[in-house]
Design a protein around this ligand. Structure first.
Ligand code: FES
Length: 193
């Protein structure tokens, strides 16, 4: 699917991303290997000057996927789902933690979702949620543990990257996944398919 969108007065990747919301700008290389929905937008370089020029740019949109109903989530009971596809390392969890968290949705901003693949060497973090510390881990391979209240930052262990956080959107009682903050282990692009 493609469409043309004209955005006046924007020229940096960050500005374009802000203008279009939860969409991921990609490089030419990523566009070539990407499998997500692509859109062509026109951006204006040097607006208001004699050098003003409209140029095309490619963006890739994450799929918007229904994950769960807010009313069905029980505190500190994770619910598993796949995102952004059904491929390797696409397993994630969503959990209502009962405490406010970075990126949390819901009235208490306490509902978050994270990928299960440890960023160190891909150890499976399934069934390692700890309600007392609101963390995932310890990883069964080398004990990395991640803080789910602070965007999956590493608490301890061998990893040096935060756990990828699934971006969520609440629409009434429905919770949707709309993107990913961070790179899933083992992938060069989250949308490689
Ligand atoms: S794979 Fe998880 S700490 Fe090494």
């Amino acid at each position: 699917m493609s469409q043309d969108v004209k955005i006046e007065g924007t020229k940096t990747r960050k500005e374009i991303a802000q203008a279009i919301g939860h969409k991921c700008l990609v490089s030419r290389r990523n566009f070539l290997i990407g499998a997500g929905v692509t859109t062509t937008i026109m951006i204006t370089l040097n607006p208001g000057t004699p050098q003003a020029q409209d140029v095309p740019a490619q963006i890739t949109e994450y799929p918007r996927k229904f994950v769960a109903k807010l009313s069905d989530l029980k505190q500190d009971v994770p619910f598993d789902f796949n995102y952004p596809d059904e491929g390797e390392y696409s397993e994630n969890m969503i959990v209502k933690m009962g405490v406010r968290a970075g990126g949390g949705v819901g009235p208490e901003q306490d509902v978050v979702a994270f990928n299960y693949a440890c960023t160190h060497q891909g150890g499976a973090l399934d069934d390692t949620y700890k309600a007392d510390t609101k963390s995932l881990g310890a990883c069964p391979l080398h004990l990395s543990t991640y803080d789910l209240t602070r965007h999956g930052i590493l608490i301890s262990g061998q990893a040096y990257q935060s756990l990828p956080q699934i971006l969520l959107e609440l629409d009434g009682d429905d919770i949707y996944a709309t993107g990913i903050f961070g790179l899933i282990y083992g992938r060069k692009d989250n949308l490689q398919g």
